[in-house]
Design a protein around this ligand. Structure first.
Ligand code: AMP
Ligand code: MG
Length: 331
């Protein structure tokens, strides 16, 4: 199964074996020269890169066109112009290769690739990415959203803070480095902990107040110190909501997904929280945390094996597709 991902900044083509073996993706990341992601510019980038990624995939020794049983793509949620490019690429490949087309839900794909890679069975997912921040758990035939951000995604918040300090996109990894530097310098213990807005609202989250306050503190304080406190507040709020979700649902596994799940401190916090409540935390390899075609292929494979394909006249994209709109018909 081939998967095409194009919800936002990343165009990516990946594939999985029929038994669920994961193979790395061919990816191209759109990096705006300045400012945030303009959907039209990102889509232009994707349409230029699509032929190159298809060629790279076809030339790989571990890829065999004859083994492909279908082509899946992110049908939503995401940026409309970007989604349309991925959908067009998938429709073309499916028609040329004469295999079924399968439109899938991007958020659900993060869960399924994580389950595949880590072996966890019935987790609460903390999905922390650029545009999305959701805490999700399965109930019956759906993945239900227990809590989510009420304003911006946690990754967007980190990227905006970084951009304010002329740090290039993606800002999350650089903020992680600056935070570690603050911790290693030993100053984190010397200084009083910086108090920033903490955006937990029941099981929902909010990050814009935290962003505004962190930007304003960074005018007078070392950038490393503010990055450290920004991470501590943002991640603690996610872990608190994840823990509440585990308590409510009685589930004992926590799975991290999304680009922010690459962060060592978020992983550490999730490990500590789970250990303290007798549970277990999981996270996939970094290449499967960030947006990637392999995860779309993995969800497409599960959908296909449970008998679902997408007729071409039902393959239009849905930029505001909800996590719980997809029926989950596999164990
Ligand atoms: P995604 O939207 O899932 O592809 O993830 C992209 C987001 O992940 C961007 O907002 C990045 O800044 C963020 N990100 C990537 N690596 C890290 C990291 N090590 N720490 C925090 N955020 C990260
Ligand atoms: Mg994502």
């Amino acid at each position: 199964m081939v998967g095409v991902e194009s919800t936002a900044h990343t165009l990516s083509l990946g594939f999985v074996g029929e038994d669920g073996e994961l193979f790395s993706s061919e990816s191209a990341l759109f990096k705006p020269e300045q400012g945030g992601i303009h959907p039209r510019e990102a889509a232009d980038h994707h349409s230029v890169m699509a032929p190159k990624l298809i060629s790279s995939l076809l030339s790989r020794d571990d890829f065999s066109r004859d083994d492909i049983i279908g082509v899946s793509f992110s049908q939503g949620p995401g940026l409309g112009p970007c989604l349309r490019i991925g959908a067009s690429v998938a429709r073309s490949l499916s028609s040329v290769w004469k295999v079924p087309l399968i439109g899938v839900n991007h958020c659900v794909a993060h869960i399924e690739v994580g389950r595949n890679q880590t072996g966890c069975e019935d987790p609460v997912l903390l999905y922390a990415s650029g545009g999305n921040t959701q805490v999700i758990a399965r109930a019956g035939d759906r993945y239900r959203v227990i809590g989510e951000t009420l304003d911006i995604g946690i990754g967007n918040m980190l990227d905006k803070f970084a951009r304010h300090h002329d740090i290039a996109f993606p800002g999350g990894p650089e903020i992680e480095k600056l935070s570690s530097r603050w911790l290693e310098s030993g100053k984190a213990e010397e200084y009083e902990f910086l108090q920033l807005p903490y955006g937990v609202h029941g099981t929902d989250l909010a990050f814009s107040g935290l962003l505004t306050s962190a930007i304003s503190h960074s005018r007078n304080l070392p950038l490393e110190q503010v990055c450290f406190s920004l991470q501590e507040h943002a991640f603690a709020s996610c872990i608190e909501v994840a823990e509440r979700a585990m308590a409510h649902t009685g589930k004992s596994e926590l799975l991290l997904g999304g680009g922010v799940a690459c962060n060592g401190r978020l992983r550490e916090m999730s490990r500590i929280m789970c250990e303290e409540r007798g549970g277990k935390s999981f996270w996939p390899e970094k290449q499967y945390c960030i947006d990637n075609g392999t995860m779309i292929a993995e969800l497409g494979r599960k959908e296909f094996l449970s008998g679902r394909t997408t007729p071409i006249d039902e393959s239009s994209i849905d930029p505001s597709m909800r996590t719980d709109s997809s029926i989950i018909s596999w164990p």
